[in-house]
Design a protein around this ligand. Sequence first.
Ligand code: BES
Ligand code: MN
Ligand code: MN
Length: 448
Amino acid sequence: MSDLVQRVQEVLPSVRRDLEDLVRIESVWADPARRGEVQRSADAVTKLLTEAGFGDVQIVSEGGAPAVIARHPAPPGAPTVLLYAHHDVQPEGDPTQWATPPFEPTERDGRLYGRGTADDKAGIATHLAAFRAHDGNPPVGVTVFVEGEEESGSPSLSRLLAAHRDTLASDVIVIADSDNWSTEVPSLTVTLRGLADCVVEVATLHHGLHSGLWGGVVPDALSVLVRLLASLHDDDGNVAVAGLHEAGAADVDYPPERVREETGLLDGVSEIGSGTVPQRLWAKPAITVIGIDTTPIDKSSNTLTPRARAKVSMRVAPGGDAAEHLAALTRHLEEHTPWGAHVTVIPGDLGQPYAIDATGPVYDAAREAFRTAWGAEPVDTGVGGSIPFIAEFAAAFPSAKILVTGVEDPATQAHSVNESLHLGVLERAAISEALLLANLASERQVAP
Ligand code: BES
Ligand code: MN
Ligand code: MN
């Protein structure tokens, strides 16, 4: 065991350099102008996995982003472990808000800053480190699957799954794309919320009108839209849409000071919603308005706006169905549009939530690996974010055991500016995964 820990520590500097090279590639699949970068990123991942000793590495796509599949066959009688990560990243946002350039990995105070350093190029780095620590010859079968469109809701994943079902079949699936309780305490993620979004468009007029001539008699579309959006929450900030699912949350302590520290909530701004923090974050639905199209202020004039639209994003609690939730949201929007304004709801992405029964030998093996690597007991946590991949894989491979791990920590700021990876967390995550592969080899009963 301690040999393996030492091997991870030996390979880590090279893994860190490879991670930095990946971060320099602007693999934003959501930006059509940067699809060539996503291809370059898939090529780079392919090269790294080939050099690490995988015999069979291929780039696959089914009309969407390129994904990479690498395979190391299982020794006789040993299980096969699928290691998942994604090589696409979120757009960088406002570059002037970054302390250092988003695609130039930079170390400060033990953290590596840059878009994708954590979400989720660190997942790729973790898999590379674990495989290299075993000198390219782990005692279990290993299939690495690195997706290229996770941040866009994995639209072609079901086709990829269908086309490569036999190649991807495995006994244990490790998804290195989640959070940790802290930089010193690991999480085993046991629930994730799902996602359903839509664009709501309202129209009140055929064309704009002089706001002095007609204001006060006919409504402008933006005023209608903000009233409609305001109807999505009650005065306490709870979601006010009828028919949504609510689950039970893990009983862990999450004090208000921690929320304030982790979010940077401004002085005087209160939290919203009722229930404990874990309940609201992991087990209740949430609705956010993530974008709006209307007249920008510098183009505004005294004109009644004839139409306006907003993108509404909803998180679905574990146990709920994303399609049913989108239908409930659509109904709400149609029924709450004031003053008879015309309303159109354009459905968007759906991703199912997921809840894992984290008991049995595979989860025991994972907890044991965590304990050794971190020197701390792992915490079973939920997360408010979504990885729609999980429900799809669980449906395709119902007997596979799913482990959701990750290299993020509460200070990571994934999706925001100044995203970063804690380098100590990378080391501990890599050691955990290397130990897990060893632990699973002696576990003959992983699949029923
Ligand atoms: N790694 C995240 C999911 C996540 C977030 C796990 C926070 C743990 C903590 C993933 O890359 C992500 O951002 N998923 C999207 C999915 C969406 C585009 C369908 C999300 O949650 O918004
Ligand atoms: Mn991710
Ligand atoms: Mn993400």
